[in-house]
Ligand binder design. Sequence first.
Ligand code: GLY
Length: 573
Amino acid sequence: MRKIIIALIYLSPFLLSCNAQKNSSVVAEINPFKYTSSKKVIAENGAVVSAHPLASKVGVVILKMGGNAVDAAIATQLALAVVYPAAGNIGGGGFLVGRLSNGELISIDYREKAPGAATRDMYIDETGKARTDLSQNGHLAGGVPGTVSGLFTSHQYAKLPFSKLIQPAIDLAEKGFAITSGEARAFNSIQESLKKYNSVMPAFVKQTPWKEGDTLIQTDLANTLKRIQKNGAAGFYEGETANLIVAEMKRGNGIISLGDLKNYKAKPRTPQTFNYKGYKIVGMGMPSSGGLLMAQMMKMIEGRGIDKMGFHSVQAVQLMTEVQRRAYADRAEYMGDADHYNVPVEMLASDKYLKERMKSYKNDKATPSTEIKPRIDIDSESEETTHLSVIDKEGNAISVTTTLNGGYGSKTVIGGAGFFLNNEMDDFSIKPGVPNMFGAVGGDANAIKPGKRMLSSMTPTLVLKDDKPFIVVGTPGGTTIPTQVFETLVNILDFNMSTEDAVYKPKFHHQWLPDRLDVERGFPQAVKEALQKMGYTIYERGSIGRTEIIKVLPNGKFEAVADNRGEDAAEGY
Ligand code: GLY
């Protein structure tokens, strides 16, 4: 026995290094300094689509190692936290919607929550002014992060050890990777904010401008990820990482406490499901408005012959705009964290209510938003969020949307821990009746309360055909998220468009207030003019969303398409 113990002690460094080598081999297949990127793949065994080529590649390597779609989704999210720090995160939150190989439908809520010391009026100063500067930037803007708890809650459905799934992220943070041109531009654009909102200068601050191909090494983040690898969720919510978060709060008047962190728990939720033309649509329920808005919008168009109207026809765009307007008016009035506010979900999704809602619809004229619901406006979000879609050959389909809220969240990086803190508190209605940074306001349903989750628009979605995965889809885009997922699905299910066209063709968005129809550049001129004649105010804008989609083809193969509005990438094998 003694001999065995001595031999084990003698061998342990070797065993550990073998283990480390084995873990490192996860990314051996990927060269993070020279990598390709594809917008579309057709795959037989599994596919991953995400905002960054390296993250999608990590997901596929995990599938090849025997992981399922849940394993791949976890590893891809962790990789995104390193290679796509604008929105990929461990300092934010998100939602997962899944269909498991046994047919079970799951959804996991890892939305941030208001710290225990938060108050309803915490962003209102003594003169009554709403301080959106504080709800959007710096330490006080941060909600208690949910992502790490969400990843561990998802892990019960995975096959590989968590330590393996996090290793690629550790390697990418520790050894570095070559940044893309988009990242270089984004890092350059936030240099001043980084200096303003940080007392410990993070790895993203650089004396000379960032350029494509520069190596980004994030040692502090690698060490945080190693603590999570070693200690599980406690490696984030307790011990050194938690202490670093609280120390950062003290440096910048933030209020997240050790107790807030220790008590954070992701919550399994019942997915929001409904049927549309024989398909089953599976989405996220409260505290995301996404699933309910999808149900409302799709049920309001159902039975009106939209397929015959045709893609980008004046009639179809007008009908879809009017259902968007009506659903978003309800979002403002009724939706919030259902654990803290009585959200009438069943009523809002009921056929009876939606039929009633469409009584004021006229097919030749805009319904002014003032006639739909007076006074209360919706709260809007920044459009930086990120989505990943994953599928495997076992029949698991996973749709995840995750966010820091604004690009790089609060712009505060936790000193010594290397990750951005979210600015999700701004997703609450910080003062009823006062417009936030997008000119919108919110109501009671989404008022701040300690421990409450702020209302989200994230819409990770699955479409099932005969109860089997057919489409995995989602997008970033703040309040535009539900309308973009809605349009992508109508493009496929009603207009029979190719997956690429369904994603790439110009989209539009109406959110009740402001009473205007946003259209992407390239939207057909004749349609805009016809809608203007009906009374619509048209606002032309840059790209809306970055949709990541996987569709199962009739031959059973996976068609994975990444949006061409960003550097997003599809991978599969
Ligand atoms: N912060 C974006 C969302 O939750 O909708």
